[in-house]
Design a protein around this ligand. Sequence first.
Ligand code: PLP
Length: 465
Amino acid sequence: MKYISTRGDAPVLDFEEVLLTGLAVDGGLYVPETLPTFTPDEIADMAALDYPQLAHRIIAPFVGDCVPEEDLRAILQDTYAEFRHDAVAPMVQIAPNQWVLELFHGPTLAFKDFALQLLGRLLDYVLERKHQKVVIMGATSGDTGSAAIEGCKRCSNIDIFILHPHGRVSDVQRRQMTTVVGDNIHNLAVQGNFDDCQAMVKASFANRAFLPADRSLVAVNSINWARIMAQIVYYFYAAVALGAPARPVAFSVPTGNFGDIFAGYLARQMGLPVERLIIATNSNDVLHRIMTSATYCRQSLEHTLSPSMDITVSSNFERLLFDLYDRDGAAVADLMRQFDQGDISFSDAAMERARALFGSRRVTDEETCGQIASTWQQCEYLLDPHSAIGVRAALESRLSPEVPVITLATAHPAKFPQAIKSAGLDQEVALPLHLRDLFEREERLEVLPNDLAAVQAFMAANINA
Ligand SMILES: *Cc1c(COP(=O)(O)O)cnc(C)c1O
């Protein structure tokens, strides 16, 4: 399998190379040159597979001969054994033809574990073979940091440095990062805001001179192709459980960066009968505005009850754009250059294609709380605020009530107790057993000034030999 850039002017890479790369050198994102497809019979056969087996069937064509079959099977078994539910991604019915796909049974209670548990293992496998060590650097406002740290904690070939804004992430989220034990794990609490942290990561990728010559820098945000790849699996898993390929399904996906829902789009391109993909956003509704007005424009950031979707630019949308513009890299490069200067508009043809598959809905904090409360009243099922946005969008944007709609539940409600309170529900939401003692565990973090040179000096001095 070969990977090409959405801007058409970067080297073609194989899987191993794309795993170790962030942005393409032309500023684009990597996508597969061609997609594997499955016939209806092959999809029907998937019903007999458990989650790791299905993951192997979906992922193997993307990995190609970069990882031998038996090794890939072992990596996938190990990855999903880490989840605390035998079904890995169980489904719960909340109303007639309405389902919730629980993607929060991984170690950090958010769907990001599906991809980052795998990414850490794949990186370590490839690095071991190449006798190479790397440095991971990332900024987080919450879920990505803890999932990346959990995914890399046993990787002897990786030093991971995660920057978070000091005093500005929730106690649960901070402790999920700072209580993980490992010499290769470095939590940096920067005396600035999230944008400051992100700017430092960007500057470090642009100039890596502060690192020893033999260490390259690897990205773990959702521009990394391997993250998208891992997420395709649960779309197949859920649809087949509800009767695909004989029965089409719809998905509603709480999204900000377009990473998770893009995986659903790929599942459909690979042969899964997906009737509709619903983009569910909070008030940071850049994607909803694209769908309704055909323009891509930045607005100021709002802090909402669903912080993991608080973004102003949706970087993975570029991957869809590439297809909407007939995979014309020069056209995408042109559009994105204009976007650096200001707002851009998309062609009628592109929007027509997008709207044929995607619906969209913006959900306010008030509606989010209303949905948490009403789902609780109807069936005593507790939604986290991100998942509640998905359920609300599913109710209002589905095309036909005969087609089952599956909402991706992206986080466990215990991660966001504030939203449960705001919804007027007074039950305590207990953390799952493996995290019950989270508030008794010892924290390890380094508080650093909001200064690039200080952060880079700390990193250089703390990389393991
Ligand atoms: C990261 C995250 C999202 C958004 O994911 P995208 O990649 O932007 O689609 C939604 N919900 C939760 C809980 C998250 O952590």
